[in-house]
Ligand binder design. Structure first.
Ligand code: ATP
Ligand code: MG
Length: 502
C-alpha cells in the first residue's frame, strides 16, 4: 500500500454563472493512492469543480493547494503540466482525426525532418492500448467509432499523461460491464502506483466497488465526506437528495395489448441479418447485449438513421417505409439516442427551443406564425415535469449540466407524443432521484398503450423495467426472456453467445 499523503486540497471554492451560483464555498481533499468519489444530483456542481481544478474555468473565490502549494491554472495545458488530467463527461473528440492523433494531439513524436513520426505514433498508441486491453485500430477515424469506443479512447488519453491526479467525470456512462471491469483494473493499478483518482458517477454499484471515500454535494454546496466501507445506500441517497427514495425501479404492470410494431427480416449489411421481433402496445421491450452486439444499430435502422438493405417494418398491421428520421417521426416513432449531440440536441440553441424543435409545427398557425405563448406553456410544463435545472428556458443547452441535457432530450421526444418510443441509454448520466422519475414516466407511457423499446447497458435497469427482453450477440437475437425468467446470469450468458440449455 502506498502511504496516504495529501495530494490536493480545495478550500472555499466558489463559482457563479449568469443566473446560477454553481459552487458555494466548497471543500474537497484528495490523498495519494485513493479513489475519491464525488456524488450529487444533476446540476450539483461536480463537473464545475473539476473544470476549475483542470484549468477550464476560473474560480471566483477559494484556494487550491497542490502538494501543499497554492496553484491557479488558466488553461488545461497548465493543469496537465502540473500533473492533473481529466476524462470529460461530454466527450470532445476531434472527429476527422485518427484515434492516435486524437490521443497525442500537440505532442506527436516527430522525425528529424520535423514531420510527424507515424510509426512511432502508432507504436505509442498500440503500447497504451495494450496496457488497457483495448482493441481499437490507432488509425481509425474518430467519427467512425461508437460512443463506447470513443469513451475508451478518452480514458486511454487521460492515462497517457501519467498524471498524479486523474479526474474521471462519468467515465462509464456509455460503456458496458466488460469495459467497466477493464477500467477498474486500470484504476486499481493507478492507485497502487500512488495516483489519486477523482471519480464521478451516478451508478451506485460502481461507486461501492471502486471507491474508497466519498464526498457529496447538493445544490453547489458541500454536504459531507465519509468512507465508503460501511456506508448504507439509503443513507447515501438521502445525503444526496435530502430525502429517501423508496422504489428504485417503480415498475407498474399494465395491460399488454395488440402488436404495434412488427419487424421482419431486418438486415443492415455487416452488422445484423434477418432480425425479426414484435412489440406490443403497453409493453416495455428491453434489448440487452454487450458493446458491439448491434443494439444501437438496430434501433437506428428502425428510426431511419441507417439504411436497411432488406426487411419489413409493419406498424399496426400496415407495412410502412422508413428511409429517414423524418419518415420515422411522421409514423409516430421517437428516439432518445445514445449520442445526445447527434439526433438529440442542437447545442447552440436554448433549452426551450430544443424542447419544441421536433414539434414546432404544433405551435404555428397557417404554417408560419409562431404561437409563442403556447410554446412557452409547453416548455415550462416539460421543465417542471422533468425537473430540469436551468436558469431559464433561454439558457443555451450546452451550458446545462450533463444530466440536465439528457432530460431535455427526453422532454423533447415526450412532447412529440409518439406511439413507439425508442430509448437508447435514456438515463445515462441521470441521478438516482431523477432516474426513478423517468422510470415512472416510461411506465405511464406504456400504460397509455404506447410501445417502448429500451436499451441499457445497466442490467438492473433492463431487468427492473422490461416486460420482455431480447438478448443480442454479434448481430443476432440469441434469446428472448419473459419477465418471470430473466436474471442477470441468464442475460449475460446469452449476451456472450452461449445458449442456455434447460
Ligand atoms: N458554462 C456554463 N454556463 C452557465 N451555467 C453553467 C455552465 N456550466 C455549468 N453551469 C451551471 O452550473 C450548475 C452546475 O453544473 P455542473 O455541470 O457542475 O453539474 P453536475 O453536478 O456535474 O451535474 P450532472 O450530474 O448533471 O453532470 C448547473 O446549474 C449548470 O447549469
Ligand atoms: Mg457533470
Amino acid at each position: 500500500m502506498v502511504e496516504k499523503s495529501c495530494l490536493l486540497k480545495m478550500e472555499g471554492v466558489s463559482k457563479s454563472f449568469p443566473g446560477v451560483k454553481a459552487l458555494k464555498d466548497v471543500t474537497f481533499t484528495l490523498n495519494r493512492g485513493e479513489v475519491h468519489v464525488l456524488m450529487g444530483e444533476n446540476g450539483a456542481g461536480k463537473s464545475t469543480l473539476m473544470k476549475v481544478l483542470a484549468g477550464l474555468y476560473n474560480r471566483d473565490a477559494g484556494r487550491i493547494l497542490l502538494n501543499g502549494h497554492d496553484v491557479a491554472f488558466h488553461s488545461p495545458s497548465e493543469a496537465i503540466a502540473a500533473g492533473i488530467s481529466m476524462i470529460h463527461q461530454e466527450l470532445m473528440p476531434i472527429p476527422h482525426l485518427t484515434v492516435a492523433e486524437n490521443i497525442y494531439l500537440g505532442r506527436e513524436p516527430v522525425t528529424f525532418l520535423r514531420t510527424i513520426d507515424r510509426r512511432k505514433l502508432e507504436a505509442m498508441t498500440r503500447e497504451l492500448f495494450e496496457r488497457l486491453h483495448l482493441n481499437i485500430d490507432p488509425w481509425s477515424i474518430m467519427k467512425d467509432l461508437s460512443v463506447a469506443e470513443m469513451q475508451m479512447v478518452e480514458i486511454a488519453k487521460a492515462t497517457s499523461w501519467n498524471s498524479d491526479i486523474i479526474i474521471m467525470d462519468e467515465p462509464t456512462s456509455a460503456i458496458t460491464d466488460q469495459e467497466v471491469e477493464n477500467l477498474f483494473r486500470i484504476i486499481r493499478q493507478l492507485k497502487n502506483e500512488g495516483s489519486g483518482i477523482i471519480y464521478i458517477s451516478h451508478k451506485m454499484d460502481e461507486i461501492f466497488e471502486i471507491g474508497d471515500i466519498i464526498t457529496v454535494f447538493r445544490d453547489g454546496e458541500y454536504v459531507q465526506t465519509c468512507p465508503i466501507k460501511g456506508l448504507e445506500r439509503s443513507r447515501l441517497i438521502s445525503m444526496m437528495v435530502g430525502r429517501e427514495i423508496q422504489d428504485i425501479f417503480p415498475k407498474t404492470e399494465c395491460a399488454i395489448a395488440d402488436t404495434i410494431l412488427e419487424v421482419k427480416d431486418l438486415t443492415l449489411p455487416g452488422i445484423f441479418e434477418k432480425l425479426s421481433f414484435q412489440l406490443h402496445r403497453g409493453e416495455i421491450l428491453g434489448i440487452a447485449g454487450l458493446m458491439g452486439a448491434g443494439r444501437t444499430e438496430l434501433v437506428e435502422t428502425l428510426f431511419g438513421i441507417r439504411k436497411k438493405s432488406e426487411g419489413r417494418i409493419i406498424k399496426d398491421g400496415k407495412a410502412i417505409i422508413i428511409t429517414s428520421p423524418s419518415d420515422a417521426i411522421a409514423n409516430g416513432f421517437a428516439i432518445v439516442s445514445e449520442d445526445r449531440k447527434d439526433v438529440g440536441l442542437v447545442l447552440k440553441m436554448s433549452v426551450g427551443r430544443n424542447l419544441t424543435l421536433t414539434t414546432l409545427k404544433n405551435y404555428t398557425f397557417w404554417g408560419q406564425f409562431m404561437q409563442e405563448k403556447r410554446e412557452h406553456v409547453s416548455i415550462q410544463d416539460q421543465i417542471r415535469r422533468l425537473s430540469i435545472k436551468t436558469a431559464g428556458e433561454g439558457q443555451q443547452v450546452s451550458t446545462l449540466s450533463g444530466g440536465n441535457q439528457q432530460k431535455v432530450v427526453i422532454g423533447k421526444w415526450l412532447l412529440s407524443n409518439p406511439d413507439i418510443l425508442i430509448m437508447d441509454e435514456p438515463t445515462r448520466g441521470i441521478d438516482v432521484a431523477a432516474k426513478a422519475e423517468i422510470h415512472k414516466m416510461i411506465c405511464s407511457l406504456a400504460c397509455e398503450g404506447k410501445g417502448i423499446i429500451l436499451i441499457s447497458s445497466e442490467l438492473p435497469e433492463i431487468i427492473g423495467m422490461s416486460d420482455r427482453v431480447l438478448v443480442m450477440h454479434e448481430g443476432q437475437i440469441t434469446g428472448e426472456l419473459g419477465r418471470n425468467d430473466f436474471t442477470q446470469e441468464c442475460i449475460m450468458h446469452m449476451a456472450t453467445g452461449q445458449c442456455l440449455e434447460d
